[in-house]
Design a protein around this ligand. Sequence first.
Ligand code: 4NP
Length: 165
Amino acid sequence: MDLSQIKSVSVICLGNICRSPMGEVVLRDRFEKHGLKIEVSSGGTGNWHIGEDANPRTLQVLRDKNYFVDHTARQVNNSWFQKTDVFLAMDLSNRANLLKLAGKDYSHKVLMFRWFDEDLNHLPQDHPDLEVPDPYYGTIKDFEMVLSMVEKAADGFVNKIRQGL
Ligand code: 4NP
């Protein structure tokens, strides 16, 4: 896929309240800083949190670093594949669920978010080291760790877009 041409990206986790809202907010920040006109959205593969704000600890770690957040959780469905160019999965179960929704016509649009971390992009897409761990049952430290993983991968994503893939 030629990432230099993409117009839209969606970040996907399970609940769309912890990890993928961070991915969405950080990517939007980086795209704005680099003058890239790419729409960013996020979603969850599950339906439990539809309509909710981001988790309070996601809001806290983002706002502590001066990111702007205005989030309402949504569930991804197969209609998203027609309108969105790239889907970035946070973990391997998110990836497996996305691949099921995508079917073979759209499976090329599904990539692991952390694969764009420049220290990890030698790994195959199904490698467990590409997972951003679910912090939902963890502590604020886990949320801080997720944010730093997300920032590193987002920087790598922007570099890839600017150089083409
Ligand atoms: P997320 O975290 O997928 O990063 O938004 C989770 C949020 C909710 C649940 C699990 C993970 N849950 O089981 O409700």
